[in-house]
Design a protein around this ligand. Structure first.
Ligand code: PLP
Length: 397
């Protein structure tokens, strides 16, 4: 297989279309889908050499697959990361990052505003292996600093965070990690490399749920871990090979092709979300709107310093708590009630009773997740239709 021309000087939009492509002897223009579990060797000697790592080549799709490799290479180039490994889902990426490197006695510091399942892994799974944690307010840099211990090996955060869209100062937290000899892990699912590249701010590892904006059309699950060579060699590679959270070549192909329109889609998601956020802010029974690029977002300046767009998610509060929030959701005629996000279709969820229902009322209050809060993933429909749908539903609520 021939590798594509040198991507060294390409700009991000070119990388998104052509990065990591490998062509077979047929010189196909679109990336090939290699639906194969195994690979044949010329002879027994070649099999031996590949297993010993003395010869290049694929062995088994749990270890690697050409379509998956193309997706990994394109993701690495877009994030500005040395290497990438794809996984079956975003949660497989997060879990493998922790379990491949951490051991009994280690400690993790994490921002408490995070995706519900990530919080489960940190609070319920890691302690079973003797790995402790401290949860902090991600926006408060002093809390990160004072949570550090000699045993701290990883700092984990999401920015913008789900569902409050709180922003964490990547540079400041990376410095704390660096000083403590720990790695900063950033979940970049909400922003995508089209809007935010955490490696530029000092991140050591970036994880993704490519299920969200990278797929962008609500079709296939996937995840990615991006890291430096040392982490791959010392921890990740052997763990992934032997535990098997591998991405299916078919899903890799779907996400690889989706990357070609990521930049276009993210610009439209941001434009639509900004319009919907401004519209909601003027509605009488909407008490609060959270959108990173609106001047009334508490960390508006930081968001603009780290991100190239405010993203596609808008969070808002309706007057009247859970009853009003449910009334709004049930009256929507265009926007779907769904906990997924990053789809071309606009999706809305009530975090207090869905994504964050596992948390106690106190833990929800600490995150600012109120009973009237709705998280809206703004899709690519005409924003006027979305605003009309919201207007009639707010009236009905
Ligand atoms: C969805 C999501 C995940 C989990 O990804 P899956 O692909 O659903 O496993 C992790 N982090 C964030 C921020 C997410 O939005």
């Amino acid at each position: 297989m021939a590798t594509n021309k040198k991507p060294g000087k390409w700009r991000p939009r070119t990388i998104a279309v052509r990065g990591g492509q490998m062509r077979t002897a047929f010189q196909e223009t679109a990336e090939a889908l290699f639906l194969t579990s195994g690979y044949a060797y010329e002879n027994a000697e070649e099999a031996e050499a590949r297993f010993k790592g003395q010869a290049e080549g694929y062995q088994y799709s749990r270890f690697g697959n050409p379509t998956v490799t193309m997706f990994e290479q394109r993701m690495a180039a877009l994030e500005g990361a040395p290497v990438a490994r794809a996984t079956a889902s975003g949660m497989a990426a997060v879990t493998a990052t922790f379990l491949s490197a951490l051991r009994v006695g280690d400690h993790v510091v994490a921002a408490k505003a995070m995706f519900g399942a990530c919080r489960y892994v940190i609070e319920e799974v890691l302690p079973r292996f003797g790995i402790s944690h401290t949860l902090v307010d991600g926006e408060d840099i002093d809390q990160w600093q004072s949570a550090m211990k000699p045993q701290t090996k990883m700092l984990f955060l999401e920015t913008p965070a789900n569902p409050t869209l709180a922003i964490v100062d990547l540079k400041a937290v990376a410095k704390i990690a660096e000083r403590g000899g720990a790695r900063m892990v950033v979940d970049n699912a909400f922003a995508t490399p089209a809007l935010q590249r955490p490696f530029e701010f000092g991140a050591h590892i970036v994880v993704h749920s490519s299920t969200k904006y990278i797929d962008g059309q609500g079709r296939a699950l996937g995840g990615v871990i991006l890291c430096r060579e040392d982490f791959l060699k010392e921890h990740l590679q052997i763990f992934l090979r032997n535990t098997g959270p591998s991405l299916s070549p078919f899903n890799a192909w779907v996400h690889l092709k989706s990357l070609e329109t990521l930049d276009l889609r993210m610009r439209e998601h941001c434009g639509n979300a900004a319009k919907v956020a401004d519209f909601l802010a003027k509605e009488r029974n909407v008490t609060r709107v959270l959108y990173p690029f609106r001047p009334d977002h508490p960390q508006h300046n930081l968001a603009r310093a780290q991100m190239e767009g405010g993203g596609g998610v808008v969070t808002f509060e309706v007057e009247g708590g859970k009853k009003a929030a449910f009334g709004l959701a049930n009256a929507l005629k265009l926007i779907d009630v769904s906990n997924n996000l990053g789809d071309t279709k606009s999706l809305i969820t009530h975090p207090a009773t869905t994504t964050h229902q596992r948390l106690s009322p106190d833990a929800r209050a600490a995150l600012g997740v109120s009973d009237g809060m709705m998280r809206l993933s703004v899709g690519l429909e005409d924003p006027l239709d979305l605003c009309e749908d919201l207007t009639q539903a707010l009236k009905a609520a």
